[in-house]
Design a protein around this ligand. Structure first.
Ligand SMILES: Nc1ncnc2c1ncn2[C@@H]1O[C@H](COP(=O)(O)OP(=O)(O)O)[C@@H](O)[C@H]1O
Ligand SMILES: [Mg+2]
Length: 267
């Protein structure tokens, strides 16, 4: 198993930052989560894996309260989610969709929206403007601050969404498929940013389609299938993939010249 270089692994007894126990959710009268157990401890980097439609996005959306959980318990930083108010401690990067529309915002506006939770009544002070600038700088987009987000490539857009999540300096980062539709250069930038965050102790839950360049950062992988957890442990490795549930076929969508597929779990 790979180890994270330059960071301390979380203590086994560290505080649970995210805790789901027996979580069920229905969407459109269809059971989508069927008893999810998932714990992410302080300082951990956990990858949530599984085929399309297995319930990964629904799980993270249940954590942040965008999907109502029918049964089960969800806690954030030890507080039942329903009573949790400290959202500045949580940075969320939703799964990117290609659908555009509306009035295009500038990069600064988008990133500043991520800082609102740290302001009093939405009033930006100097420290808030500085945090926004710092976040744009971290993702290498400071020189584009005044540009409109619809002029960006997929990878640049993703970097802006991450800057938005970082603007509040969260202790917990939740990212839904941050590498999807992102060019290789931006993938490397994202991997570097995430490593910096992990090194400063940020806890990370990330939905991934394949481990790819983030693999060295990941402490533990949780694999979903049809709304149930089928694996919770070390990240699956290419050689061990046949032993794990969820493996069924070789990934069919690899572009020509792409890296060899590392795992068959995520088709
Ligand atoms: N708003 C919704 N209404 C009805 N069904 C939904 C909705 N959102 C997701 N689903 C269904 O829930 C299942 C899990 O979706 P999702 O959590 O997005 O999976 P993943 O992120 O693993 O691809 C899928 O079958 C999907 O079609
Ligand atoms: Mg999803």
């Amino acid at each position: 198993m790979s180890t994270k270089t330059g960071s301390t692994p979380p203590a086994p007894g560290a505080e649970a930052v995210i805790s789901l126990r027996g979580v069920h959710a229905e969407l459109g009268a269809r059971p989508v989560l069927r008893g999810i157990d998932l714990t992410v401890r302080r300082g951990e980097v956990v990858a949530l894996l599984g085929a399309n439609g297995s319930g990964k996005s629904t799980t993270v959306r249940a954590v942040i309260g965008q999907v109502p959980a029918g049964a089960g318990e969800i806690e954030l930083f030890g507080t039942p989610r329903r009573r949790f108010r400290d959202w500045a401690r949580v940075g969320y990067v939703p799964q990117r969709t290609t659908a555009a529309g509306g009035v295009p915002a500038t990069l600064t506006e988008v990133v500043a929206s991520g800082r609102l939770s740290r302001t009093r009544f939405g009033v930006f002070r100097r420290a808030d403007h500085e945090a926004v600038r710092r976040a744009l700088d971290l993702v290498g987009m400071a020189d584009r601050a005044k540009d409109s987000v619809d002029a960006l490539s997929g990878g640049q857009h993703q970097r802006v969404l991450i800057a938005r999540a970082l603007a509040a300096e969260p202790e917990l980062l939740i990212l839904d498929e941050p590498m999807a539709g992102v060019d290789l250069a931006s993938q490397e930038v994202l991997a570097r940013i995430l490593r910096q965050q992990v090194d400063r102790g940020t806890t990370v839950l990330l939905v991934l389609h394949e481990l790819g360049p983030l693999e060295p950062l990941i402490d533990r992988a949780v694999v979903l299938r049809d709304g149930c957890v089928t694996h919770d442990g070390p990240p699956p490795e290419a050689v061990g993939q046949h032993a794990l549930p969820g493996h069924d076929h070789v990934h069919p969508h690899a572009p020509a010249g792409a890296e060899p597929i590392r795992t068959g779990l995520l088709s």
